[in-house]
Design a protein around this ligand. Structure first.
Ligand SMILES: [Zn+2]
Ligand SMILES: [Zn+2]
Length: 189
């Protein structure tokens, strides 16, 4: 394991919860998967599946048998380096907590306006518990607009026609009327 990692100063001094980061990163220098996690084939310990290197490192450090990697809990990289295998940079967390700590949450949490430019101030912000167990924000202004569109009778009628495919039929019907008028004109002329 050690031969496949390279010591590297951690890119940050403290983790997201403000705790000092202990020791350097041990970056996996072999294959990584699409998400940037180091991967290791674990033929040597009784299986042919590919494992994430940091999970193997955690198991080694915590006395979890390598034949039972499934019992390694979900891990958060305190250093934010997905290639890092330093056991002290890995913390066992619940899935909900991991997602909450994720960068997506951090980025969304720092936005001051919704995507249509309404302010995320106290009056305009509705907070709710999302499916990952974290907290999300919604713009009241946009939600009002959305529900108004839903209850606009004309918009609803159009939507209904689109959904049932009648607008196409109505199109044909209109065309027939146009033809009839044209025919009548032709007769008159
Ligand atoms: Zn690290
Ligand atoms: Zn908005």
């Amino acid at each position: 394991m050690a031969a496949n990692t390279q010591k590297h100063p951690a890119p940050i001094d403290v983790d997201r919860l403000g705790r000092p980061l202990v020791g350097p990163c041990h970056l996996w220098v072999k294959a990584v998967d699409r998400k940037g996690y180091g991967v290791i084939g674990n033929r040597d310990f009784g299986s042919t599946t590919i494992q994430r290197a940091h999970r193997v490192a955690y198991a080694l450090a915590h006395g979890i048998p390598l034949t039972d990697l499934r019992s390694v809990p979900e891990l958060d990289h305190l250093c934010r380096m997905t290639q890092c295998c330093a056991p002290r940079h890995l913390e066992a967390v619940s899935h909900g907590e991991n997602v909450k700590r994720g960068n997506v949450a951090a980025i969304n949490g720092s936005k001051t306006h919704c995507k249509r430019g309404h302010p995320f101030d106290e009056a305009n912000t509705r907070t709710y518990r999302n499916r990952s167990g974290g907290t999300s924000r919604a713009c009241r202004h946009c939600q009002r607009d959305a529900s108004r569109a839903t209850y606009d009778p004309a918009a609803r009628h159009d939507k209904h026609l689109r959904a049932t495919g009648r607008s196409q039929q109505r199109g044909l019907h209109d065309q027939r009327e146009v033809d009839q008028v044209a025919d009548q004109r032709a007769i008159r002329d």
